[in-house]
Design a protein around this ligand. Structure first.
Ligand code: HEM
Length: 266
């Protein structure tokens, strides 16, 4: 799985306590890897857990109650490291929480059923027109226009599937998963469960090299030179002009990730 060292007991720091998740990790509905990130001593999982489970926090707290826990000690603090860095991180987290609460008070996280219905209807219309023109029309121009419709259907499906995958569409996690499956499967052709599992890594550790999986890409899809061992030598012609290789790159990327997932599972 992930590259860092595994210890016998795995603990997650949440709201002032360390919770023993050694056994729970294997049963976590969001996958094992993402919890593993937060078992390192210096990680505080409080805000990520609250954010990732905002629709199911009661369930999460119920499970946490059943887990063995212990308070943070001075010895833990010594292991956590640099107190100044900790204070900086704390200030950032407080800022983030303040912003989140303001946005929540403004109603930004309230689901809009009208918007969801409109987006789904739009997909049906774009998809149906595109499918009809590409398969039934006899003119090449109409076929081409059909392709454009299908392209936009796929593009717009990505937005719906992203929100559905993050369970932030309707307020009901089951319905969101269903909508994500409907939009990601037929429109984009990627496994919805796979996407949910691995895309969450990116949001849990955004832009953190060696943690954010969006950086762990094949060289053709280089998102940040920092992921290269030797940026000077490895930035070649293909990497500098990768925009022209986009369609090919996307295929390689998807195949690579699927193979990687298969390797992990086996
Ligand atoms: C001890 C700590 C944790 C507990 C008890 C826990 C519990 C759960 C539960 C009960 C669900 C299912 C929610 C539902 O029914 O909709 C879930 C899903 C999920 N959890 Fe956790 N979780 C923990 C830690 C984490 C952490 C640290 C992360 C990442 C920061 C995370 C990310 C997710 C994600 C992304 C899902 C959604 C999976 C999906 O719908 O495919 N969890 N977790």
């Amino acid at each position: 799985m992930n590259g860092w060292a595994r210890c016998e007991t795995k603990e997650i720091f949440y709201n002032g306590h360390y919770y023993n998740v050694t056994e729970f990790i294997k049963r976590h509905p969001g996958g094992e890897g993402i919890i593993d990130y937060f078992t390192a001593k210096a990680e505080d999982a409080t805000v990520p857990i609250q954010q990732f489970h905002s629709r199911s926090i009661a369930k999460v707290h119920g499970i946490m109650k059943s887990l063995p826990r212990r308070p943070q000690t001075d010895a833990d603090l010594l292991e956590v490291g640099d107190p100044q860095k900790r204070e900086r991180n704390k200030a950032l987290t407080e800022d983030f929480t303040k912003l989140f609460l303001e946005l929540q008070a403004d109603g930004l996280f309230e689901p809009s059923y009208f918007h969801v219905a409109h987006r789904i209807l739009e997909l049906f219309v774009l998809g149906a027109v595109g499918f009809y023109l590409t398969t039934q029309a006899n003119s090449i121009i109409a076929n081409g226009i059909g392709c454009i419709f299908l392209f936009f259907a796929q593009l717009r499906a990505l937005g719906v599937m992203h929100e559905g995958g993050h369970l932030s569409l309707t307020g009901n996690p089951k319905v969101d998963r269903l909508l994500q499956t409907f939009t990601l499967g037929p429109f984009v052709g990627i496994s919805p469960t796979y996407w949910r599992r691995y895309h969450s890594f990116h949001h849990a550790q955004t832009a953190r090299v060696k943690y954010d999986l969006d950086f762990e890409t094949v060289p053709l899809l280089l998102l940040n030179v920092k992921v290269l061992d030797d940026p000077k030598k490895q930035q070649n012609f293909i990497m500098r002009n990768q925009i022209f290789f986009a369609p090919f790159t996307v295929i390689v990327f998807v195949v690579y990730l699927q193979t990687w997932e298969w390797q992990e599972a086996s």
